[in-house]
Design a protein around this ligand. Structure first.
Ligand code: ZN
Length: 341
């Protein structure tokens, strides 16, 4: 009960990439890069397991960017044709590659690294990939015309990858869909359908992570415009709860203005409750984490609660990320003990 897990990314060691910088270039190349990524993943698996995290991730040590790290393995994308695009409904500008012909999977993206992690992870292992809508919001389109059509094309590619990852023995496959908190009508119209296509035939736990973004300045400023209550989830959770293809929903909770009562809309799902904040560097106390979990228990049975991070911890200094992981596990243990007594 109250198994702990992470949303996905963790900081890169300073010998692999410049720390506290999202999407920093690699400091190694070729075989040295692969070896370095493996070493970094080993360190983070050990740190997560020592902290008491039940379902760990590779910390995304094998990819520079959570979307482009997957797209590098897709044909039909011109990386020389970078387009400056206002992404997440113009929240910030990003230089993104351009789809110039129908997309096709060139080969496996994450199977080699996941096989390595499966060999070394002692407990549960989660692998994350960008969701179809978020991919479409992070790439320029010269081919499909309609986002829903391009999303379905990427969903087919994600599905091929997911089926191979499942064979490797991962416990959870997660699609990251921060765009679900921006284009809420599209989620209902085609976003959930695209996720379902990506999960077709997948029998391990299938999760969707929906957050308000990394703790970077553009996101923190955007959050200030969202008002006293962040009710975006209210529009999308009913559609997610109705989907038979989704087992788990990961949401932002700690330090946010999300009304916790919205979790009651996920009555048929596991709920990955964001119990440590990614918008500030202050490390939570275990008691603060426990308070978030107890609050979630007003709306979700403890059997369905998985205490989690709000989002990836990649932009943080390493000691902050480590501290937050320890607090997360310790906070969950406090509540577990309360439930047993
Ligand atoms: Zn996130």
């Amino acid at each position: 009960m109250l198994k702990t897990t992470v949303a996905g990314s963790l900081p890169k060691p300073n010998w692999l990439a410049e720390p506290e910088k999202l999407w920093a270039p690699w400091k190694l190349e070729g075989d040295d890069l692969w070896r370095g990524q493996c070493d970094a993943a080993l360190v983070w698996l050990k740190i997560q397991e020592d902290a008491g995290i039940d379902i760990a991730s590779d910390g995304e040590q094998f990819r520079k960017h959570f979307v482009h790290g997957f797209l590098e393995y897709v044909d039909g994308i011109d990386w020389a044709k970078m387009t400056t695009m206002g992404i997440r409904d113009n929240r910030y500008d990003a230089d993104v590659p351009t789809v110039t012909s129908k997309v096709k999977r060139r080969g496996p993206a994450h199977t080699k690294s996941t096989a390595f992690c499966r060999e070394h992870a002692q407990n549960g292992l989660k692998i994350t990939m960008p969701g179809p809508m978020t991919i479409c919001d992070t790439i320029a389109d010269e081919v499909y015309g309609k986002r829903a059509d391009m999303a379905m094309a990427f969903a087919e590619i994600l599905n091929e990858e997911a089926l191979e990852l499942q064979e490797l023995g991962v416990d959870v496959i997660q699609l990251d869909e921060p765009a679900f908190n921006v284009f809420m009508n599209d989620v209902v119209e085609w976003g959930v359908a695209a996720v379902e296509r990506a999960f077709q035939g997948v029998t391990v736990k299938k999760a969707v992570h929906i957050c308000y973004g990394y703790g970077i300045e553009a996101n923190n400023q955007w959050k200030e415009t969202l008002g006293e209550e962040w009710r975006q989830y209210e529009q999308t959770f009913p559609a997610l709860n109705a989907s038979k293809s989704i087992d788990q929903v990961s949401l932002e909770c700690a330090g946010s203005h999300v009304p916790h009562s919205l979790m009651s809309l996920l009555k048929d799902k596991d709920v990955l409750v964001g119990s440590v904040d990614v918008a500030n560097k202050a490390v939570e106390t275990p008691d603060q984490v426990a308070a978030v979990i107890r609050s979630a228990m007003q709306y979700v049975d403890p059997e369905r609660i998985y205490p989690c991070t709000n989002c990836g911890l990649a932009p943080f200094p390493r000691d902050v990320a480590e501290g937050k992981l320890k607090a997360l596990a310790a906070g969950a243990e406090i509540v577990r003990r309360e439930l047993r007594s």
